[in-house]
Design a protein around this ligand. Structure first.
Ligand SMILES: Nc1ncnc2c1ncn2[C@@H]1O[C@H](COP(=O)(O)OP(=O)(O)O)[C@@H](O)[C@H]1O
Ligand SMILES: O=C(O)[C@@H](O)C(=O)COP(=O)(O)O
Length: 419
């Protein structure tokens, strides 16, 4: 293994694995830190954690555990993947994890670059844009767990770090790899060990990638991986082949726990043509809605690609959180989706399209899957995934809340089926 990646959620991990695979590295996504399992050969290994919204000290512990495993696989460069909308609270977890990795690897500086041009995430003068809106006006200010209310990434990150945070601005990035390398050395010399680096296009990302070929640690959204495979290619290190993805026939189900603007539109489109079972926080918490009821509904509509969904608009999310507590609601719904996914696979469902990072983490963890082969891209940032769990084959799409076209779910279930 050459490049060792630690992702703070599951949709983010598959987004990164997709980018690395598309750019020519044989890539495998692992579900958590592998422990004494079969060895899997790859050039880039992506360890998917569910650390984005947990206590910072625990996020650091799990991330270091992942790092140590990746080091043991022989990786020479490490990538910490977080969200292209920098999802985090003022207390963490991006800053604490990045600083712990810097210390553990004893490196002098790492880039901070949460961009993904194909989905409209760009960074200019340290400010994060989602298409033509600042991050804090993009809908992310209403996120149920990590409301993003400040688009100034340097300022937001500094609230989470011990050390100062630097900036390599776009005028330098446009000058190319040598200028970027010098600017990063300057930041390191000034003891700013995390440096936010502006980027707008994939060409910028390739220049940054060339500049950081010898950096032990890289941090960013999936875009930061665009330029890294070329470094390994130039060094003559690439050439392995990835495990092939094949589609799988059988029943397909949508599980939507994301409440993002995109997810709400995608779910509404799916429900125009397919049956749906609504999961309300209050009913889950009181026991009025049970996993068995949802399972029975899916069984009754098994050939119609039904959806089970808790997706709600910001007012309803806020009302539920006020009444029951943010973490209590999120935990109850995630456990519901996890338990349901487990039952669905036991009942013979072979294709799952899941909406939401935390939701995907809950589902994949409950399925006790080990690792994924990376298949074709369904929409930017969302690959088809193939795995085997409890002796059963399963195909999955783990959709970031914000990603995908409005007809994502129909398309995803088709791609997961295609041979
Ligand atoms: N109706 C709801 N009310 C409150 N919280 C909800 C509701 N539906 C889902 N959630 C929670 O909101 C969070 C959505 O996060 P996530 O699945 O990561 O989606 P995204 O990818 O959009 O960030 C999850 O923890 C989920 O359990
Ligand atoms: O970088 C991104 O935007 C995604 O890869 C990502 O991390 C998705 O997170 P969720 O929006 O929580 O699914």
């Amino acid at each position: 293994m050459l490049l060792g990646c630690i992702a703070d959620d599951f949709t983010g991990a598959s987004d990164l694995a997709n980018t690395l695979a598309k750019n020519g590295m044989a890539t495998v996504q692992f579900v958590g830190v592998p422990r004494g399992r079969e060895s899997v050969t790859c050039e880039a290994g992506v360890v998917a954690l569910k650390t984005r919204s947990i206590a910072p000290a625990e996020a650091v512990r799990q991330s270091l555990e992942a790092l140590h495993w990746l080091q043991a696989q022989g990786c020479s460069q490490f990538l910490f993947k977080y969200c292209s909308t920098f999802d985090s609270t003022p207390e963490g977890n991006i800053g604490p994890v990045a600083e712990a990795l810097l210390d553990a690897l004893d490196v002098k500086v790492a880039v901070v670059c949460p961009i993904f041009p194909e989905t409209g995430r760009t960074l200019y003068q340290g400010h994060l844009f989602v298409k033509d809106r600042l991050l804090s006006e993009s809908g992310m200010e209403n996120h149920p767990l990590n409301p993003m209310t400040d688009p100034d990434i340097r300022r937001w990150l500094r609230r989470q770090t011990r050390g100062e945070v630097g900036l390599v601005s776009y005028d330098i990035v446009r000058q190319g790899a040598a200028a970027i390398r010098d600017a990063l050395d300057h930041e390191a010399g000034a003891d700013r060990r995390l440096a936010v680096v502006d980027a707008v296009t994939n060409d910028d990302l390739r220049a940054i990638g060339a500049a950081i070929a010898d950096h032990g640690l890289v941090t960013g959204g999936s875009g930061i991986a665009v330029g890294l495979p070329e470094n390994f290619r130039k060094a003559g290190k690439l050439g392995a082949t990835s495990a092939a993805f094949t589609g799988l026939k059988g029943p397909g189900v949508v599980l939507s726990g994301s409440c993002s603007t995109a997810s709400r539109a995608q779910l509404a489109r799916h429900l125009d043509r397919h049956p749906g079972f609504a999961v309300e926080p209050e009913a889950v918490l009181s026991g009025a809605t049970t996993v068995d009821q949802a399972l029975a509904f899916v069984r009754d509509h098994i050939d119609l690609a039904p959806a089970v969904h808790s997706t709600a608009d910001p007012d309803r999310v806020a009302a539920a959180q006020q009444r029951f507590g943010r973490e209590r609601v999120a935990g109850a719904i995630e456990r519901f989706f996890g338990a349901l996914a487990h039952q669905l696979v036991r009942a013979g469902v072979t294709r799952l399209a899941v909406g939401g990072g935390e939701t995907s983490g809950a589902v994949v963890t409950a399925l006790a899957l080990d690792h994924f082969a990376i298949g074709p891209e369904i929409d930017p940032g969302v690959p088809a995934l193939a795995s085997r769990g409890s002796g059963r084959e399963i195909r999955l799409a783990l959709k970031s809340g914000n990603f995908g076209a409005v007809d994502f779910y129909d398309k995803a279930l088709r791609v997961l089926e295609r041979a």
